[in-house]
Design a protein around this ligand. Structure first.
Ligand code: FPP
Length: 237
C-alpha cells in the first residue's frame, strides 16, 4: 500500500447513486436519470482531471445490478454501448487511460469488443486514469485473486509463505494502481455495496446528499475540500 497524504486525492472512487430518485422527483422515468447520470460522469472526469486527481474509479454496474428489471438492464447496456462508441475519440484526445474493472464476459460481444479496443487504444496514456467498474463486485474480485493465487501455488510457481498484500493486490482489477484515497457515494446512502472492499482499507469516505445526475465540478471541489480536512494516520498516532 502506498501511503498518500496529499491535499488532492490521488485516487477517487465514486458510487454514482440516485439516478432513479433524481428522475422520480421530477416525475420522469428512471432511464432519464441514467442518461443524465452519464452526462454527470463526463463532467466528473473533466473536473477530476482539472483538479489534479490521477485516478477516478466510477461504479457504473455491479454484479448485483443484473437483477434489476430487464428493461432497465437493457437500457443501461445500450447506454454503455453508446458511451463506449461516442466517448472513445474524446478519451483518446484527452489522453485518458481507460480501464474496465469487472468481468467483461457477461456483456454482449459488441460491448466487449468496444471495451477491449478502448483499453488498447488508451493503454499508453499515463496522465489520467479512468476506471469504470462494470459487472464489478468486490467479493467476486477477491475470489478471482484467491483462485489465481491458489493456481500459482498448485503449479509450484508461488510458495505459500510468499503470499502477501502486494501479491494479492497484483491479482485485483486495480493491479498496479494506488488504493483510493477518497470514496464518494452520492444521494445520501452510507454503504459500500460491494465496491473496492480490499482497496478501501484506508480510504476516506464522503456521502453528499445530492443525487448523481446533479453532481458537477463544484461538488467535486467540495468533496476535495472536505478531504483536505481529514487527518490520515494509517493506524499510527
Ligand atoms: C445508481 O442509481 C446508478 C446505476 C446503477 C447506474 C449507473 C450508471 C450511470 C451513472 C450511467 C453512466 C455510466 C456509463 C459508463 C456511461 P440508481 O438507479 O440505483 O438510483 P436510485 O437508487 O435512486 O434508484
Amino acid at each position: 500500500m502506498t501511503e498518500t497524504n496529499l491535499k488532492i486525492p490521488y485516487h477517487i472512487g465514486i458510487i454514482m447513486d440516485g439516478n432513479g430518485r433524481w428522475a422520480k422527483s421530477r416525475g420522469l422515468p428512471r432511464h432519464v436519470g441514467h442518461t443524465n447520470g452519464a452526462k454527470a460522469m463526463q463532467r466528473i472526469v473533466e473536473a477530476c482531471k482539472k483538479f489534479g486527481v490521477k485516478i477516478l474509479t466510477a461504479y457504473a454496474f455491479s454484479t448485483e445490478n443484473w437483477a434489476r428489471p430487464k428493461e432497465e438492464v437493457d437500457f443501461l447496456m445500450n447506454l454503455f454501448a453508446k458511451y463506449l462508441k461516442t466517448q472513445a475519440d474524446k478519451l483518446i484526445e484527452n489522453k485518458i487511460h481507460f480501464k474496465v474493472l469487472g468481468d467483461k464476459s457477461r456483456f454482449s460481444k459488441e460491448i466487449q469488443d468496444s471495451m477491449i479496443k478502448l483499453e488498447n487504444d488508451t493503454k499508453d496514456f499515463d496522465e489520467f486514469y479512468l476506471n469504470v467498474a462494470m459487472n464489478y463486485g468486490a467479493r467476486e474480485e477477491i475470489l478471482k485473486a484467491v483462485r489465481e493465487i491458489s493456481t500459482d501455488v498448485k503449479n509450484g510457481n508461488l510458495s505459500i509463505k510468499d503470499i502477501n498484500a502486494d501479491v494479492f493486490q497484483s491479482h485485483l482489477y486495480t493491479a498496479g494502481q494506488n488504493d483510493p484515497d477518497l470514496i464518494i457515494r452520492t444521494s445520501g446512502e452510507q454503504r459500500l455495496s460491494n465496491f473496492l472492499l480490499w482497496q478501501c482499507s484506508y480510504s476516506e469516505f464522503y456521502f453528499p446528499k445530492i443525487h448523481f445526475p446533479d453532481f458537477d465540478e463544484e461538488q467535486i471541489k467540495l468533496a476535495i475540500e472536505e478531504y483536505t480536512k481529514r487527518d490520515r494516520r494509517y493506524g499510527k498516532v
